[in-house]
Design a protein around this ligand. Structure first.
Ligand SMILES: [Zn+2]
Length: 348
């Protein structure tokens, strides 16, 4: 298995600045959502390994209890969220409306800053593994959770012959198909497991999707049925330095285990368990996170209240200068808040 580490934080600086500005309203929305989640029934079985959770350890994170499964070490909320949580709570998702509708220029910027590096990394990894460019172009690709179509646009630009995306939100499918000038994004509202069963592909991709799947055991079992040589590229948030900061300090908005959009997290153990169920071998991992960005955000929010503006601004610049070097250390020891994984189905 190969590893790649880190990514310059400037790549996401636009999104980061937007998040910091509305930090407090996001944080308050997350705490309100928790009040509703606590009224839901208790989870009885681990969503990944299906082991009963009666013996599982419990810990509190921002006033919400979580199970640590004692078999696979997956982390999941003690209360079972509804399939629409948190958008079905009275305050809904209004506090999460971080990104306004994008212009063509903004679409292309987001594609090239965030999604093109993902595609390039997958491409380089597959070439290193022994595939030729022609073989990669001839493969059928399916993106699960294709959003506004940024990754699909990268596939189109690389002249991939057959590519499709499945997306819950019909409006996003419409946006994607407009940019792609073809019908590549398709509405899909049932489970991720059924997506894999009904859309066979040579390469599956899923970026920041699996952490929303409440029946993960069904999904990894569906992948188990895929043919040998099937490739799966995905990104997921992980239990990390960011999680620790969120548990220890409750004044900033959560981003990693935020109790609203994320009520489960993969650990190193539960990730390995999941891939073992599916029978996939990891070819390459790319580790980078925004943990130090979270540290800077929580410190800056606090210091703004304590320090004169001048001093707060100088200190924020110092923290900004730390971002990449300090994050590189976090990435190197596999303590970062997310991973990109490229894996391949092994022969049975
Ligand atoms: Zn488990």
């Amino acid at each position: 298995m190969r590893f790649k580490y880190s990514k310059p934080s400037i790549d996401i600086s636009t999104e980061y600045t937007g998040l910091a500005k509305i930090d407090k309203s996001i944080r308050d929305g997350q705490y309100k959502a928790v009040d509703y989640l606590k009224q839901e029934p208790l989870r009885s079985k681990c969503l990944l390994c299906t082991q009963t959770l009666t013996q599982a350890d419990i810990f509190s994170h921002r006033s919400l209890d979580y199970f640590l499964c004692n078999q696979c070490h997956h982390i999941q909320s003690k209360h079972l969220p509804t399939s629409l949580y948190p958008s079905d709570t009275p305050d809904g998702l209004s506090f999460l409306d971080v990104y306004p509708e994008l212009t063509t220029e903004q679409f292309q910027s987001r594609q090239s800053r965030i999604y093109q590096p993902k595609f390039n990394w997958i491409l380089e990894s597959l070439l290193e593994y022994g595939f030729t460019i022609d073989e990669i172009q001839q493969k059928s690709w399916l993106e699960l959770g294709s959003g506004a179509g940024y990754f699909l646009a990268c596939l189109k630009d690389f002249a991939i012959k057959q590519f499709n995306g499945l997306e819950r939100n019909e409006d996003l499918c419409g946006i994607a198909n407009r940019y792609l000038q073809g019908r590549h994004a398709h509405p899909h509202t049932t489970s991720l497991a059924s997506a894999v069963e009904s859309w066979p592909a040579d390469i599956y991709a899923a970026f920041f999707v699996l952490e929303h799947v409440q029946d993960a055991h069904l999904f990894f079992n569906a992948l188990k049925a895929s043919k040998p040589g099937t490739i799966f590229a995905f990104a997921i948030p992980m239990f990390s330095l960011s999680t620790l900061l969120e548990t220890a300090f409750e004044t900033h908005a959560g981003r990693n285990l935020d109790n609203a959009l994320h009520v489960q997290l993969y650990t190193e153990d539960s990730l390995n368990y999941a891939l073992k169920i599916a029978g996939f071998k990891v070819i390459n991992q790319w580790l980078f996170g925004q943990d130090v960005g979270d540290l800077r955000r929580l410190l800056s929010i606090q210091l703004e209240n304590n320090y004169p503006k001048y001093l707060a601004s100088i200190m924020d610049n110092k923290l900004n200068a730390l971002l990449d070097t300090m994050q590189a250390n976090v990435d190197q020891i596999h303590f970062c808040d997310s991973r990109h994984i490229l894996c391949i189905k092994e022969p049975v």
